[in-house]
Write a protein that binds this ligand. Structure first.
Ligand code: MN
Length: 251
């Protein structure tokens, strides 16, 4: 089986004043930020991670998607609510128009090509908005202060869902670093996991082979064997040879 190339979107764009610059390194500038846990989780599962910057043209996105075998949409800042037809609430966090535009376009184009997608935290929210869904702009109780490797709430998975089959269980303990969540679900998405307070914490595309979104940071929970299984299944799906046929169908 070929080793799959797996794109990972940038988590954040940071300004020079937000970090300490060493005198030996590059001059202060705007930077991409992505937690190392994402590429590490992909590499551990046997994929080659490819970090994706925000793109300004669909042609660049198309060229990238011709060459990668799947995409992981990473966590990050809030999505601007204008993308789902709402006014910003007072509790909206900072937003990044460059990330929003690039990720929504990339998600739609990856869906068109039936590429495997693993969407984490903001990634799940991007998937929902890309398919016409909306978000709760601010909610209490889901932003833990404990480190990311520690789960703080449980999630019930829908028996028989791709996610439950992949993880081999319908009860999970997960971490929680979000203050937003899915409100109205997007087209051809179905909920497959819920927290005790009824929030949707996992979704799947009903019309694609492997498009899974999880609201927790699975890449930070790799002490848990079920979370390994999620990355293993995603990487294995990306490595399947049928992707060639899929691409010619999209062309
Ligand atoms: Mn949560």
């Amino acid at each position: 089986m070929a080793v799959p190339l797996i794109g990972i979107t940038t988590s954040e764009l940071r300004n020079p004043r937000e970090h300490v610059n060493r005198p030996e390194s590059e001059p202060p500038m705007r930077e991409l930020a992505l937690g190392l846990t994402y590429p590490q989780a992909i590499a551990r599962a046997g994929g080659v991670p490819v970090v994706i910057p925000p793109f300004t043209s669909d042609e660049s996105i198309a060229a990238l998607l011709e060459r990668v075998d799947g995409v992981c949409l990473a966590g990050g800042p809030d999505i601007h609510p204008s993308l789902y037809g709402q006014e910003p609430s007072d509790a909206l966090g900072p937003t990044e128009p460059a990330l929003d535009g690039s990720e929504i376009a990339l998600t739609r184009m990856a869906l068109d090509r039936d590429l495997p997608l693993l969407c984490i935290c903001r990634g799940l929210q991007v998937l929902n908005v890309a398919r016409g869904g909306t978000l709760i702009q601010d909610l209490p109780g889901h932003r833990q202060t404990e480190p990311g490797r520690l789960p703080t709430h449980s999630v019930r998975l829908e028996a028989g869902s791709r996610l439950a089959e992949t993880m081999g269980t319908t009860e999970l303990e997960v971490n929680s670093f979000h203050h937003q969540a899915i409100d109205v679900l997007g087209d051809r998405l179905r909920p497959t996991g819920w927290s005790e307070d009824g929030l949707i914490e996992a979704i799947e595309a009903t019309d694609r082979d492997f498009v899974i979104g999880v609201q927790w940071h699975a890449e930070g929970l790799l002490d848990a064997v079920e979370q390994h299984a999620l990355f293993d299944a995603f990487t294995a799906e990306c490595a399947r040879p049928r992707r060639r046929t899929r691409r010619s169908r999209a062309a």
